[in-house]
Design a protein around this ligand. Sequence first.
Ligand code: DAH
Length: 334
Amino acid sequence: MGILLGELQTQLQELQAAAIQAIDGCNNLEDLEKLRVEYLGKKGQLPQILRGMGQLSAEERPAIGLVSNQVKDIIQNSLDQQKETFLAAQIQAQLAAETIDVTMPGVYVPLGRVHPLNGIIDRAIDIFVGLGYTVATGPEMETDYYNFEALNTPADHPARDMQDTFYLPDGNLLRTHTSAVQIHYLEENEPPIRIIAPGRCYRRDTVDATHSAVFHQIEILAVDQALTFTDLKGTIKEFLLQMFGMDLPIRFRASYFPFTEPSAEVDVQWQGKWLEVMGCGMVDPNVLTKVGCDPEIYSGFAAGFGAERLAMVLHEIDDIRRLYTSDLRFLHQF
Ligand code: DAH
Protein backbone atom coordinates (compact mmCIF):
# COMPACT_ATOMS: atom_id res chain seq x y z
CA MET A 1 0.00 0.00 0.00
CA GLY A 2 1.36 3.41 -1.04
CA ILE A 3 1.96 6.09 1.56
CA LEU A 4 -0.50 8.43 -0.10
CA LEU A 5 -3.26 5.84 -0.10
CA GLY A 6 -2.81 5.24 3.63
CA GLU A 7 -2.78 8.94 4.29
CA LEU A 8 -5.98 9.52 2.34
CA GLN A 9 -7.69 6.69 4.19
CA THR A 10 -6.67 8.16 7.53
CA GLN A 11 -7.89 11.59 6.48
CA LEU A 12 -11.24 10.10 5.47
CA GLN A 13 -11.61 8.27 8.82
CA GLU A 14 -10.78 11.47 10.68
CA LEU A 15 -13.19 13.46 8.55
CA GLN A 16 -15.93 10.93 9.29
CA ALA A 17 -15.30 11.08 13.04
CA ALA A 18 -15.23 14.90 13.06
CA ALA A 19 -18.37 15.15 10.96
CA ILE A 20 -20.34 12.70 13.16
CA GLN A 21 -19.28 14.56 16.28
CA ALA A 22 -20.26 17.94 14.79
CA ILE A 23 -23.63 16.57 13.60
CA ASP A 24 -24.37 15.04 17.02
CA GLY A 25 -23.52 18.31 18.71
CA CYS A 26 -25.60 20.40 16.35
CA ASN A 27 -28.99 21.53 17.66
CA ASN A 28 -30.93 23.15 14.88
CA LEU A 29 -31.82 22.68 11.22
CA GLU A 30 -29.93 25.72 10.07
CA ASP A 31 -26.63 24.66 11.57
CA LEU A 32 -27.20 21.16 10.25
CA GLU A 33 -27.48 22.50 6.72
CA LYS A 34 -24.23 24.41 7.23
CA LEU A 35 -22.53 21.16 8.29
CA ARG A 36 -23.80 19.37 5.18
CA VAL A 37 -22.29 22.10 3.01
CA GLU A 38 -19.08 22.07 5.02
CA TYR A 39 -18.49 18.31 4.69
CA LEU A 40 -20.33 17.10 1.60
CA GLY A 41 -20.88 20.27 -0.45
CA LYS A 42 -19.10 20.85 -3.76
CA LYS A 43 -16.30 22.74 -2.05
CA GLY A 44 -16.64 20.75 1.16
CA GLN A 45 -14.01 18.80 3.02
CA LEU A 46 -14.78 15.41 1.46
CA PRO A 47 -14.35 16.52 -2.15
CA GLN A 48 -11.19 18.33 -1.09
CA ILE A 49 -9.63 15.16 0.29
CA LEU A 50 -10.65 13.29 -2.84
CA ARG A 51 -8.74 15.71 -4.96
CA GLY A 52 -5.63 13.86 -3.74
CA MET A 53 -6.92 10.75 -5.59
CA GLY A 54 -5.45 12.10 -8.82
CA GLN A 55 -2.00 11.12 -7.65
CA LEU A 56 -2.99 7.50 -6.90
CA SER A 57 -2.26 4.64 -9.24
CA ALA A 58 -5.12 3.11 -11.23
CA GLU A 59 -5.10 0.06 -8.92
CA GLU A 60 -5.27 2.12 -5.77
CA ARG A 61 -8.11 4.34 -6.87
CA PRO A 62 -11.01 1.87 -6.44
CA ALA A 63 -9.98 1.20 -2.84
CA ILE A 64 -10.13 4.88 -1.90
CA GLY A 65 -13.32 5.29 -3.93
CA LEU A 66 -14.94 2.57 -1.87
CA VAL A 67 -13.90 4.13 1.44
CA SER A 68 -14.93 7.61 0.39
CA ASN A 69 -18.39 6.35 -0.65
CA GLN A 70 -18.80 4.64 2.70
CA VAL A 71 -17.74 7.79 4.56
CA LYS A 72 -20.10 9.89 2.46
CA ASP A 73 -23.01 7.52 3.16
CA ILE A 74 -22.32 7.46 6.88
CA ILE A 75 -22.18 11.26 7.08
CA GLN A 76 -25.29 11.58 4.92
CA ASN A 77 -27.20 9.09 7.10
CA SER A 78 -26.16 10.90 10.20
CA LEU A 79 -27.35 14.21 8.68
CA ASP A 80 -30.68 12.63 7.67
CA GLN A 81 -31.26 11.15 11.10
CA GLN A 82 -30.50 14.37 12.88
CA LYS A 83 -32.79 16.25 10.48
CA GLU A 84 -35.62 13.86 11.22
CA THR A 85 -35.10 14.30 14.94
CA PHE A 86 -35.29 18.08 14.55
CA LEU A 87 -38.44 17.93 12.40
CA ALA A 88 -40.16 15.59 14.86
CA ALA A 89 -39.27 17.90 17.73
CA GLN A 90 -40.59 20.85 15.76
CA ILE A 91 -43.94 19.11 15.21
CA GLN A 92 -44.12 18.14 18.88
CA ALA A 93 -43.46 21.74 19.91
CA GLN A 94 -46.12 22.99 17.51
CA LEU A 95 -48.63 20.45 18.78
CA ALA A 96 -47.90 21.43 22.35
CA ALA A 97 -48.29 25.13 21.55
CA GLU A 98 -51.56 24.64 19.70
CA THR A 99 -53.17 22.20 22.08
CA ILE A 100 -56.64 23.14 23.28
CA ASP A 101 -57.44 22.15 26.79
CA VAL A 102 -61.00 20.94 26.41
CA THR A 103 -61.37 20.69 30.17
CA MET A 104 -60.90 24.46 30.66
CA PRO A 105 -64.09 26.26 31.72
CA GLY A 106 -65.66 28.25 28.84
CA VAL A 107 -66.02 32.02 28.72
CA TYR A 108 -69.64 32.98 29.42
CA VAL A 109 -71.02 35.25 26.73
CA PRO A 110 -74.53 36.34 27.66
CA LEU A 111 -76.92 36.04 24.74
CA GLY A 112 -79.05 39.08 23.95
CA ARG A 113 -82.79 38.67 23.52
CA VAL A 114 -85.44 40.50 21.59
CA HIS A 115 -87.54 42.73 23.85
CA PRO A 116 -91.13 41.40 24.03
CA LEU A 117 -92.43 44.61 22.49
CA ASN A 118 -90.02 44.42 19.56
CA GLY A 119 -90.90 40.75 19.29
CA ILE A 120 -94.55 41.65 18.68
CA ILE A 121 -93.64 44.39 16.20
CA ASP A 122 -91.25 42.06 14.34
CA ARG A 123 -93.89 39.33 14.16
CA ALA A 124 -96.52 41.75 12.85
CA ILE A 125 -94.08 42.99 10.21
CA ASP A 126 -93.22 39.42 9.20
CA ILE A 127 -96.89 38.52 8.81
CA PHE A 128 -97.73 41.56 6.70
CA VAL A 129 -94.56 41.32 4.63
CA GLY A 130 -95.73 37.78 3.91
CA LEU A 131 -98.97 39.32 2.61
CA GLY A 132 -97.07 41.67 0.27
CA TYR A 133 -96.86 44.76 2.48
CA THR A 134 -93.80 46.99 2.91
CA VAL A 135 -92.70 48.86 6.03
CA ALA A 136 -93.24 52.63 6.12
CA THR A 137 -92.30 55.19 8.76
CA GLY A 138 -93.06 58.81 9.56
CA PRO A 139 -91.93 61.49 11.99
CA GLU A 140 -92.88 61.38 15.67
CA MET A 141 -93.23 65.16 15.72
CA GLU A 142 -96.14 66.08 13.51
CA THR A 143 -98.14 69.03 12.37
CA ASP A 144 -101.82 69.31 13.16
CA TYR A 145 -102.45 68.68 9.45
CA TYR A 146 -100.95 65.17 9.29
CA ASN A 147 -102.13 64.01 12.68
CA PHE A 148 -105.71 65.37 12.50
CA GLU A 149 -106.84 67.54 9.64
CA ALA A 150 -105.85 65.33 6.71
CA LEU A 151 -107.30 62.42 8.63
CA ASN A 152 -110.72 64.08 8.51
CA THR A 153 -110.68 64.81 12.22
CA PRO A 154 -112.92 67.79 12.90
CA ALA A 155 -111.66 70.76 14.87
CA ASP A 156 -113.92 69.95 17.79
CA HIS A 157 -112.92 66.30 18.01
CA PRO A 158 -111.92 65.40 21.61
CA ALA A 159 -108.59 63.88 20.46
CA ARG A 160 -107.44 67.35 19.44
CA ASP A 161 -107.92 68.54 22.97
CA MET A 162 -104.97 69.92 24.94
CA GLN A 163 -105.88 67.35 27.57
CA ASP A 164 -105.11 64.47 25.23
CA THR A 165 -102.34 65.64 22.95
CA PHE A 166 -98.81 66.86 23.67
CA TYR A 167 -98.58 70.20 21.84
CA LEU A 168 -95.17 71.75 21.37
CA PRO A 169 -94.57 75.48 21.91
CA ASP A 170 -94.14 75.99 18.13
CA GLY A 171 -97.62 74.64 17.42
CA ASN A 172 -96.46 71.18 16.33
CA LEU A 173 -97.39 68.11 18.28
CA LEU A 174 -96.23 64.61 19.16
CA ARG A 175 -98.23 62.24 17.00
CA THR A 176 -101.08 60.59 18.84
CA HIS A 177 -101.32 57.69 16.39
CA THR A 178 -99.45 56.11 13.49
CA SER A 179 -102.38 56.97 11.20
CA ALA A 180 -100.42 60.13 10.34
CA VAL A 181 -98.03 57.90 8.35
CA GLN A 182 -100.96 57.10 6.02
CA ILE A 183 -101.03 60.71 4.82
CA HIS A 184 -97.25 60.98 4.31
CA TYR A 185 -97.22 57.76 2.33
CA LEU A 186 -100.29 58.57 0.25
CA GLU A 187 -98.85 61.97 -0.63
CA GLU A 188 -95.70 60.38 -2.01
CA ASN A 189 -96.92 57.14 -3.54
CA GLU A 190 -99.49 56.06 -6.09
CA PRO A 191 -101.81 53.08 -5.53
CA PRO A 192 -101.59 50.13 -5.32
CA ILE A 193 -100.39 50.73 -1.77
CA ARG A 194 -99.85 48.18 0.96
CA ILE A 195 -97.95 49.37 4.02
CA ILE A 196 -97.35 48.48 7.62
CA ALA A 197 -96.16 51.39 9.75
CA PRO A 198 -95.00 50.61 13.28
CA GLY A 199 -93.94 53.44 15.56
CA ARG A 200 -94.00 55.36 18.81
CA CYS A 201 -97.04 57.47 19.72
CA TYR A 202 -97.71 59.95 22.51
CA ARG A 203 -100.76 60.87 24.56
CA ARG A 204 -101.35 62.86 27.69
CA ASP A 205 -102.53 59.79 29.57
CA THR A 206 -101.95 59.33 33.27
CA VAL A 207 -99.58 56.42 33.57
CA ASP A 208 -101.06 53.32 35.20
CA ALA A 209 -101.10 49.55 34.68
CA THR A 210 -102.76 49.88 31.27
CA HIS A 211 -101.77 53.38 30.12
CA SER A 212 -98.50 54.92 29.10
CA ALA A 213 -97.83 58.41 27.75
CA VAL A 214 -95.51 56.83 25.18
CA PHE A 215 -96.63 53.66 23.47
CA HIS A 216 -96.37 51.84 20.15
CA GLN A 217 -98.89 51.42 17.38
CA ILE A 218 -98.84 49.38 14.23
CA GLU A 219 -100.72 50.91 11.30
CA ILE A 220 -101.93 49.05 8.25
CA LEU A 221 -103.00 50.70 5.00
CA ALA A 222 -104.02 49.26 1.65
CA VAL A 223 -105.29 51.38 -1.27
CA ASP A 224 -106.14 49.94 -4.63
CA GLN A 225 -108.96 49.69 -7.14
CA ALA A 226 -112.01 47.83 -5.86
CA LEU A 227 -110.86 47.00 -2.33
CA THR A 228 -113.83 46.10 -0.14
CA PHE A 229 -114.63 45.49 3.50
CA THR A 230 -114.32 41.77 2.74
CA ASP A 231 -110.64 42.31 1.86
CA LEU A 232 -110.19 44.10 5.18
CA LYS A 233 -111.87 41.29 7.10
CA GLY A 234 -109.88 38.58 5.36
CA THR A 235 -106.61 40.44 6.00
CA ILE A 236 -107.36 41.01 9.71
CA LYS A 237 -108.51 37.41 10.13
CA GLU A 238 -105.30 36.09 8.56
CA PHE A 239 -103.19 38.42 10.67
CA LEU A 240 -104.84 37.40 13.94
CA LEU A 241 -104.65 33.74 13.02
CA GLN A 242 -100.90 34.02 12.52
CA MET A 243 -100.34 36.34 15.49
CA PHE A 244 -102.19 34.20 18.03
CA GLY A 245 -101.11 30.97 16.37
CA MET A 246 -104.66 29.61 16.38
CA ASP A 247 -108.04 30.21 14.82
CA LEU A 248 -109.73 32.18 17.61
CA PRO A 249 -113.31 33.48 17.34
CA ILE A 250 -113.23 37.11 16.21
CA ARG A 251 -115.94 39.72 15.76
CA PHE A 252 -116.16 43.08 14.03
CA ARG A 253 -118.09 45.64 16.03
CA ALA A 254 -119.39 48.81 14.34
CA SER A 255 -117.47 51.81 15.60
CA TYR A 256 -116.43 55.29 14.61
CA PHE A 257 -113.13 56.80 13.48
CA PRO A 258 -113.01 60.09 11.60
CA PHE A 259 -110.71 58.70 8.90
CA THR A 260 -112.64 55.52 8.09
CA GLU A 261 -116.18 54.89 6.92
CA PRO A 262 -117.49 52.41 7.82
CA SER A 263 -115.37 51.82 10.89
CA ALA A 264 -115.11 48.82 13.16
CA GLU A 265 -113.37 47.55 16.22
CA VAL A 266 -112.11 43.99 16.25
CA ASP A 267 -112.47 41.73 19.26
CA VAL A 268 -110.78 38.38 19.76
CA GLN A 269 -112.08 35.72 22.10
CA TRP A 270 -109.09 34.93 24.24
CA GLN A 271 -109.22 32.71 27.31
CA GLY A 272 -113.00 32.97 27.45
CA LYS A 273 -113.16 36.77 27.22
CA TRP A 274 -113.77 39.14 24.32
CA LEU A 275 -110.73 41.38 23.96
CA GLU A 276 -110.68 44.49 21.83
CA VAL A 277 -107.48 44.35 19.75
CA MET A 278 -107.72 46.94 16.99
CA GLY A 279 -109.59 49.64 15.15
CA CYS A 280 -110.13 49.46 11.41
CA GLY A 281 -112.31 50.53 8.53
CA MET A 282 -112.56 51.60 4.91
CA VAL A 283 -110.51 54.73 4.23
CA ASP A 284 -112.88 57.71 4.26
CA PRO A 285 -113.23 59.25 0.74
CA ASN A 286 -112.40 62.64 2.31
CA VAL A 287 -108.97 61.32 3.27
CA LEU A 288 -108.30 60.03 -0.24
CA THR A 289 -109.42 63.34 -1.75
CA LYS A 290 -107.08 65.28 0.57
CA VAL A 291 -104.05 63.43 -0.83
CA GLY A 292 -105.15 63.73 -4.45
CA CYS A 293 -106.40 60.17 -4.81
CA ASP A 294 -109.72 59.87 -6.64
CA PRO A 295 -112.22 57.98 -4.42
CA GLU A 296 -114.27 57.17 -7.53
CA ILE A 297 -111.38 55.02 -8.75
CA TYR A 298 -109.66 53.92 -5.56
CA SER A 299 -110.77 52.54 -2.25
CA GLY A 300 -108.77 51.46 0.72
CA PHE A 301 -108.82 49.91 4.14
CA ALA A 302 -106.83 50.73 7.24
CA ALA A 303 -106.28 49.33 10.69
CA GLY A 304 -104.34 50.34 13.76
CA PHE A 305 -103.50 48.54 16.95
CA GLY A 306 -101.39 48.90 20.05
CA ALA A 307 -98.24 46.78 20.22
CA GLU A 308 -98.18 46.91 24.02
CA ARG A 309 -101.70 45.59 24.24
CA LEU A 310 -100.93 42.60 22.03
CA ALA A 311 -97.70 41.92 23.93
CA MET A 312 -99.57 42.05 27.23
CA VAL A 313 -102.26 39.66 26.02
CA LEU A 314 -99.93 37.17 24.36
CA HIS A 315 -97.37 37.11 27.18
CA GLU A 316 -99.88 37.57 30.05
CA ILE A 317 -98.15 40.73 31.27
CA ASP A 318 -100.15 42.42 34.02
CA ASP A 319 -98.66 45.92 33.93
CA ILE A 320 -97.67 47.95 30.85
CA ARG A 321 -94.87 49.63 32.83
CA ARG A 322 -92.95 46.35 32.93
CA LEU A 323 -92.34 46.84 29.21
CA TYR A 324 -90.33 50.01 29.83
CA THR A 325 -88.43 49.50 33.09
CA SER A 326 -85.65 47.25 31.73
CA ASP A 327 -85.93 44.94 34.72
CA LEU A 328 -83.77 41.95 33.77
CA ARG A 329 -85.76 39.60 36.00
CA PHE A 330 -88.73 40.38 33.77
CA LEU A 331 -86.88 40.49 30.45
CA HIS A 332 -85.09 37.17 31.01
CA GLN A 333 -88.45 35.43 30.69
CA PHE A 334 -88.68 36.09 26.96
N1 DAH B 1 -105.63 55.66 14.97
C1 DAH B 1 -106.58 54.92 15.77
C2 DAH B 1 -106.26 55.12 17.24
O1 DAH B 1 -105.22 55.59 17.55
C3 DAH B 1 -106.50 53.46 15.45
C4 DAH B 1 -107.05 53.18 14.10
C5 DAH B 1 -108.37 52.96 13.92
C6 DAH B 1 -106.21 53.18 13.01
C7 DAH B 1 -108.92 52.70 12.70
C8 DAH B 1 -106.74 52.94 11.74
C9 DAH B 1 -108.09 52.70 11.61
O2 DAH B 1 -105.98 52.89 10.66
O3 DAH B 1 -108.57 52.42 10.39
O4 DAH B 1 -107.07 54.79 18.04
